[in-house]
Design a protein. Sequence first.
Length: 146
Amino acid sequence: KKILILNGPNINMLGIREPGVYGSQSLANIEENLNTIAETLLLELTFFQSNHEGEIIDQIHKAFGNMNGILINPAAFTHYSYAIRDAISAVNIPTVEVHLSNIHQRESFRHQSVTAPVVIGQISGFGAYSYELGLRALHNKLIEKR
Ligand code: DQA
């Protein structure tokens, strides 16, 4: 099964960016760890990070017919991108949303996720481990669907 791992704005700065909030692992590090897990689950991962909303939407569209699942951290777009929400809805590919920080514990503008209603579920607050949990949860959904 093929999974698209999508990361939104400023996630390329992980490790440098507010380590107290987001941890010290870099995105490359997280991706490496996900690849290790993917081997055991027989998943093939494709990674994409962008600071541009439209590029993320383009990747979601490209996934249509090509990917079995999407794991996404829309980052700040989580809170206001109706366009990313609509793209996820449009392709109808099983999607899991992840966040490093617990968005409900932070500023009130982070409490709302406009993408959460169109994904299978959301994992928030476990740092880099949120991605691992998200990948395992997505895998579980995909095999249960077969
Ligand atoms: C984030 C939470 C968002 O509020 C923030 O804008 C991010 C990262 C997280 O992974 O905790 O960039 O999605």
